[in-house]
Write a new protein. Structure first.
Length: 103
């Protein structure tokens, strides 16, 4: 877990490419902003924010679009995008803290 300006950020990869992988951003302490980014071997990236992160001004759909060069979408709290080459997955997820820090 990485702290980015008070937002707890966790990233991980998952095997397979299941349909929608809804990561639980609710596992963070109550009131603490949290973001979870999960990438699959199928090239899908899912970002989920808890309520505190959304209230702090973060938007999951915007984060996904920034990570994937404008691709992807969803709601302000869970969002996803695809089309990412499997060999770029780790580097893309590693960018999530930087993208969050830019807000």
């Amino acid at each position: 877990m990485i702290d980015v300006n008070g937002v707890q950020v966790v990233t991980a990869t998952a095997e397979g490419g299941g349909p929608w992988l809804p990561p639980s951003a609710t596992a963070f302490p109550v009131g603490a902003p949290g973001a979870v980014g999960i990438g699959t071997a199928a090239g899908v990236v899912v970002v989920a924010l808890n309520k505190a992160a959304h209230e702090a001004g973060l938007n999951a759909a915007s984060l996904v679009k920034q990570l994937l060069g404008g691709r992807g979408g969803g709601s302000p709290e869970p969002a996803r995008g695809g089309g990412l080459a499997a060999d770029r997955l780790a580097d893309t997820l590693a960018e999530l803290p930087r993208v969050i820090g830019g807000h």
